[in-house]
Design a protein around this ligand. Structure first.
Ligand code: ADP
Length: 495
């Protein structure tokens, strides 16, 4: 059980100047420059980050390369790597509340969600890949008798990981844990506005016994250190979660350097489709509202397009609006809060602008649409429902990444499929129907990496997450994620 007194004791804890974490220790940026860390809770600066330079990044990558080549981790027995990563999971759990509160001061996610989805989920992810790594085998090929064909899975070398600000620990762990479990070295570039908790995880990894140089973190501007990481000739695989625009750049950087493999988890504009034969429309409305508004809509799989069958449109929208208005938005460190802050002022302004644009294109603002709690200095926005949205409208085509739901009516199954597939994205989807055959048809026809049936959101580590179309490629989570962090190597042995 989370305890408000314990949370309040941490909420103003001093955060010293933060260096990069390189070769097992904290180091300042070579330029001596820093970035302000502003809390979305109150709009105030509460920490400094090292503003990395390309030279800082090169040094971190060199440290990772040295560690990989001398085998201090890459050649350690999988059972040893497992032990260290299990210890790291325990340490993350030990410090879960501290990590959650620090992360919230950085990015504004409310505490009930952040504690579970950030700290505890990261611990579970480290445990999952630690446990997996001494249980995955190579293969013996079905060759003729006089030949032995072996398929090895070798670590790739140095992995570069660039992660976003919405769930830094959860998404970070999805990449760090399998990369390290497979024996790689890693250089991580967290988002400028969500670096603090990941820096702490790197320190905890050292405490758990991870050798120096195996896990490095370089902070700073994406366009500076992120670019340097992606252009490095010494990075073998690049894994990324973030915007499509940055994803495109990364592919160019890979092409301009060493053709490193790139795995991109990009945005979504996920359709959540409610048929009038849904088994429980009240439940559908409740879950659909949470599916867009939790974490202020700053969730890559958020069900941001609600497609509702015409004959239930009015009642269903009314119900969704009731839920939207009932959410308690506010201080993310208050246990009673259900939705915290939007993570930055530019993000809040962009969210509000999407509402204005939608109205100018003919949509109707049914509830919300405004900034609130401005007196706190923080960045808060009402859950917003826009109706009468045409499939071609800006708000139906572009990812808002804010608490804004776009509602469109559809007539029948074919109409729903056509509208659902009419964006560049293909990350997630939802279908609500009691008709099993229809559910299966929708699963097959909707182009998305994940589709929820009679629920929205929710998953665990056992299933992969990845996108199709311009939502990206490659998968986080499950044993499939390990594929990104290994090279297949064939040995053909004449007997
Ligand atoms: P968002 O819009 O969600 O912030 P971004 O794609 O801008 O998404 O950010 C995701 C991550 O990508 C962050 O860590 C950010 O610093 C990094 N990033 C941004 N621009 C670049 C770039 N040009 N090269 C490499 N990384 C970048």
């Amino acid at each position: 059980m989370l305890d408000q007194t314990a949370i309040d004791a941490l909420r103003h804890e001093t955060v010293g100047d933060q260096g990069h974490f390189c070769d097992g220790k904290s180091v300042a940026s070579k330029s001596g420059e820093t970035l302000d860390v502003i809390s979305p809770i109150d709009g105030k600066r509460f920490a400094n980050l090292a503003a990395g330079t390309p030279e800082d990044m090169d040094e971190a990558v060199a440290s990772a390369r040295r560690a990989f080549e001398d085998g201090r981790w890459s050649k350690a027995a999988p059972s040893h790597r497992k032990k260290v990563l299990l210890r790291l999971a325990d340490l993350i759990e030990r410090d879960a509340l501290k990590l959650a509160v620090l992360g919230i001061r950085d990015n504004g996610t409310e505490i009930n969600m952040a504690y579970k989805a950030e700290a505890l989920s990261a611990a579970a992810t480290f445990r999952y890949y630690a446990e997996a790594i001494d249980k995955v085998y190579g293969q013996i090929a079905p060759t003729a008798e006089n030949v032995l064909g072996l398929v090895h899975h070798a670590p790739v070398g140095v992995v570069g990981a660039i992660v976003p600000w919405n769930f830094p620990l959860m998404i970070g762990a999805w990449k760090i844990a399998p990369a390290l479990a497979a024996g790689n070295s890693l250089v991580l570039k967290p988002a400028e506005s969500a670096s603090l908790s990941l820096l702490k995880v790197a320190e905890l990894a050292s405490e758990a016994g991870l050798p120096d140089g195996v896990f490095n973190v370089v902070t700073g501007a994406g366009a500076v250190v992120g670019e340097a990481l992606a252009l490095s000739m010494e990075v073998d695989v690049l894994v990324f979660t973030g915007s499509g625009a940055t994803g495109r750049r990364l592919l160019n950087y890979a092409a301009a350097s060493n053709l490193k493999r790139c795995y991109l988890e990009l945005g979504g504009k996920s359709p959540n489709i409610v048929f009038s034969d849904a088994p429980d429309l009240a439940q559908a409305a409740k879950v659909s509202a949470a599916g867009i508004f939790r974490n202020s809509g700053q969730v890559c799989v958020a069900g941001s397009r609600l497609l509702v069958q015409e004959d239930i449109l009015d009642d269903f929208v009314a119900e969704i609006c009731l839920h939207a208005e009932a959410f308690r938005v506010g201080d993310p460190l208050d246990l009673n809060t259900q939705i915290g802050a939007v993570h930055s002022l530019p993000q809040l302004e962009a969210d509000l602008q999407f509402v204005v644009t939608a109205e100018s294109e003919g949509a109707e603002r049914r509830t919300g649409g405004s900034r609130i709690l401005q007196e706190t200095g923080g960045y808060y926005m009402q859950p917003t429902v826009m109706t009468n949205v045409k499939p071609t409208d800006t708000i139906a085509q572009q990812e808002v990444f804010g608490p804004v739901l776009a509602v469109t009516a559809f007539q029948d199954e074919a109409d729903a499929i056509r509208i659902a597939n009419s964006t560049q994205y293909g990350l997630a989807a939802g279908v609500w129907t009691a008709n099993l055959s229809r559910a299966h048809r929708m699963i097959s026809e909707i182009r998305s990496g994940v589709i929820h049936v009679n629920t929205y959101g929710g998953s665990d580590l056992t299933v992969p997450l990845g996108g199709v179309k311009q939502s990206g490629n490659g998968h986080d989570k499950s044993l499939h994620a390990l594929d990104k962090y290994v090279d297949m190597k064939t040995a053909w042995i004449q007997l």
